[in-house]
Ligand binder design. Structure first.
Ligand SMILES: CC1=C(CCC(=O)O)c2cc3nc(cc4[nH]c(cc5[nH]c(cc1n2)c(C)c5CCC(=O)O)c(CCC(=O)O)c4C)C(CCC(=O)O)=C3C
Ligand SMILES: [Fe+2]
Length: 384
């Protein structure tokens, strides 16, 4: 290679010409609630009572989830960070369960003339719900458009950023949020030195947890590793020990089906029974204050804590915090460097390695050993 061969600049996003911000979606008005819930639960055996109950959570907030506005804010923050770093990359937003749908996003990518896009999902952890389900929806959408070739080639080509729960940017933003929550606890008459830090994430069925073991640490192990690091960094910043636990929220499915426990409300009761009076809740399982956080934590869990006579504060989610957004752009550049075949250092914090951006065969199935019947992009097992 001649010495003057043009090297891609460190800030170069080549080979990508677009970034797909890929999320869950949520209703914008009361009429959207039932169709949205039908989209989410199609064929998943969620009992009707649970659906009615979840519908009420949305109606209680005027039929509108905060998630779409939060994704628009993240899109704007990503655009600003890309522009500030001189990176030319169009950002397109799409959702699995509500407009703009995956198909709308692919339309937009085509209108932009994009040939190769990097996908960033709004879930930091690897499991069926947080990784493979997004990759399947993308494949199914392209298939319906007649754009999924027998060899896995697609019209617009997609790569995915690795699960980023252990990326320094995500960790830093969570640490900052928890430190702020400890300060809040003080202003509410609570005592940080006597408090328990309770990390919270979305529960999943035990079967999905078991299936998440293929090729990497399980969903709960990923959370435990991050929790350990966040608590240690918070302890350094607040200057005292920070004891912590991991609890779960938002379980659904039939009661006979085991999901990850303890539920955050049950856990608060257990802590209160042990005489604990101060709690900081940190929703590390979620990237923004969407309905799971607004209802399951701010409405339900904080009421439980209040009833138990506890002083409880909910830490913020990473949202559009600067270290998080900067970290996401770093991850996009990291993925671009990988795609170019360069030597790449994948930054991580904690004891787990960086998870793969091209998923392994059988990675993150809904249930162990189950044939998917559905192809998934960004993996080496397109048709397994
Ligand atoms: C791991 C995980 C995440 C985090 C990763 C990610 O972000 O993707 C997540 C996020 C979200 N979950 C959300 C909403 C819902 N999730 C449901 C159902 C389910 N979630 C599951 C798991 C997860 N879910 C599972 C295993 C089910 C059972 C059905 C199935 O196996 O798929 C249901 C159906 C009713 C109910 O059962 O609650 C709803 C309405 C919203 C939107 C909130 C808003 O509108 O602001 C968001 C961001
Ligand atoms: Fe969910």
């Amino acid at each position: 290679m001649p010495a003057n061969f043009p090297q891609p600049a460190a800030h170069d996003a080549a080979p990508y010409d677009a970034l797909l911000l890929y999320s869950f979606g949520g209703p914008n008005r009361p009429e959207d609630v039932v169709p949205f819930l039908r989209n989410v639960t199609a064929g998943k055996g969620i009992p009707d009572e649970r659906l009615e109950e979840v519908g009420e959570h949305y109606y209680g907030f005027g039929g509108k989830s905060p998630i779409n506005e939060q994704n628009l804010a993240l899109k704007a923050a990503l655009e600003a960070e890309l522009a500030a770093r001189g990176i030319e990359l169009s950002v397109v937003w799409g959702n699995r369960n509500w407009a703009p749908y995956t198909n709308d996003a692919v339309d937009e990518l085509e209108q932009l003339g994009a040939e190769r896009a990097v996908a960033l999902v709004t879930s930091a952890y690897a499991s069926y719900s947080g990784c493979r389900q997004y990759r399947e929806d993308l494949a199914v959408t392209l298939d319906k458009r007649g754009q999924l070739g027998a060899d896995g080639s697609t019209g617009v080509q997609f790569d995915k950023v690795r699960p980023y729960f252990n990326h320094p940017g995500f960790v830093q933003a969570n640490v900052d949020a928890v430190v702020e929550a400890y300060a809040d606890l003080g202003t509410k008459g609570g005592s940080g030195t006597d408090a328990k830090l309770v990390f919270v994430t979305h529960s999943i069925p035990d079967t999905m947890e078991a299936a998440s073991r293929i090729s990497h640490a399980t969903y709960s192990e990923q959370h435990l590793d991050l929790a350990r690091v966040v608590a240690a960094q918070v302890a350094e910043r607040v200057g005292h020990d920070v004891p912590w636990d991991l609890a779960y929220c938002s379980r659904s499915g039939p009661p006979s089906q085991p999901w990850l426990e303890p539920d955050v409300n049950d856990h608060l009761e257990a802590l209160a029974a042990d005489g604990l009076r101060n709690v900081v809740l940190s929703p590390i399982g979620f990237v923004s204050d969407h309905m799971e956080v607004a209802y399951d934590l701010d409405t339900e869990a904080l009421a439980t804590a209040n009833d138990l006579g506890m002083v409880a504060v909910r830490a913020g989610t990473v949202g559009t915090r600067e270290p998080f957004v900067r970290g996401l752009v770093d991850l996009v550049l990291e993925r671009a460097a990988l795609a170019r075949g360069g030597d790449v250092t994948e930054a991580t914090v904690g004891s787990l390695p960086a998870l793969r951006s091209v998923c392994a065969p059988g990675c993150c199935l809904r249930r162990d050993g189950e044939p998917t019947g559905v192809p998934a992009l960004c993996s080496t097992d397109l048709y397994s």
